[in-house]
Ligand binder design. Structure first.
Ligand code: RIB
Ligand code: CA
Length: 313
């Protein structure tokens, strides 16, 4: 079977970096057409730099990287240096990128690519705020029916919020963008905190990354050593939650994940619950299902896949 064509939209971010590495280490499964950076964990100048750092770490300097939106659709940018560090990739000491940013705006490249590739052949994989994706859908509504699927990290139901009591970071940063995406009619798979908080880098799993001995394995161990501090302090977690790699792993091994096809709506006005994903997990409304909302995973299977693939880089 031919590898699946994907566009990774991202705000690296240590967990984004691991998701990108997993994708680039899996050419038999995934054809990464390009990477589009968005403002999120850190400002756009850093996310677009970090995306290239990760491509070079993977030895894949031919992957085109584009800079996208530098702020959300309708509010000021909220960043997460308190989680990811000032650089967004704190932990390892990685060199500045030599590969260039591509000319042109990421949103235009997403539109052109989805229009150019056969209809139904491109999957969008947002790992950060949905600003670039929503902007592309607003600018070119015709692409909605051409996109094969959107597999995104964002939201929560049982886990509720990690940036406010009610909201997960990616959705909270740009609720208007999320509302556009979830109302687009595109086939959506959601990796919420409900599942990503079960993908924890325990010490044994971190040791396995480091034991790979290659640059990617050691860097991932160093990234997750840094990145785990926020969740250990807040939740008492056993290690760093690998939020974004759940997206890439799902594309490679969907059988590792379980969930429900339900209705998900986004709170876009209330100050108290702005950015909340109101997920009808229990089917108590007659609102139409619009997303496959993942609730659980085979964590050992996930980490076995991730570790095996990182060993290839
Ligand atoms: O809430 C977790 C999400 O926010 C992840 O994608 C992380 O990288 C940050 O973007
Ligand atoms: Ca992210």
């Amino acid at each position: 079977m031919a590898p699946r064509k994907i566009i990774i939209d991202t705000d690296p971010g240590q967990d984004d970096a691991v998701a990108i590495l997993l994708a680039l280490a899996s050419p038999e499964d995934l054809d990464v057409l390009g990477i589009t950076a968005v403002a999120g964990n850190v400002p756009l100048d850093l996310t677009s730099k970090n995306a290239r750092i990760v491509c070079e770490l993977a030895g894949k300097v031919d992957v085109p990287v584009f800079a996208g939106c530098d702020r959300p659709l309708g509010r000021e940018l909220v960043t997460a240096e308190h989680v990811h560090g000032k650089s967004g990739l704190d932990g390892p000491d990685l060199p500045d990128p030599e590969m260039p940013l591509q000319d042109g705006h990421a949103v235009d490249w997403i539109i052109d690519t989805v229009r150019r590739e056969p209809a139904g052949s491109v999957t969008l994989c947002p790992l950060g705020p949905l600003t670039n994706i929503a902007s592309a859908l607003q600018k070119a509504p015709d692409i909605a029916e051409r996109v094969a699927q959107i597999v995104l990290m964002g939201g929560a139901y049982f886990e509720v919020g990690n940036i406010t009591p009610a909201a997960e970071f990616n959705i909270y940063v740009d609720p208007q963008a999320a509302d556009i995406v979830f109302k687009s009619g595109i086939d959506i798979v959601v990796m919420p905190l409900d599942v990503t908080h079960k993908a924890l880098v325990t010490q044994a799993r971190n040791d396995a990354f480091r034991a790979l001995g290659n640059a990617a394995g050691i860097a991932v161990a160093q990234m997750t050593d840094f990145f785990e501090r926020f969740d250990k302090a807040k939740y008492g977690s056993a290690g760093a939650p690998l939020h974004d790699p759940c997206v890439t792993a799902y594309l490679i091994r969907p059988d590792l994940f379980t969930g429900r096809h339900i209705n998900v709506e986004i709170e876009t006005t209330s100050e108290l619950t702005l950015g909340m994903t109101v997920a009808d997990w229990w089917g108590v409304t007659d609102r139409p299902a619009n997303a496959f909302f993942v609730g659980d995973l085979d964590a050992d299977g996930f980490f076995t896949l991730l570790t095996e693939r990182l060993a290839r880089l």
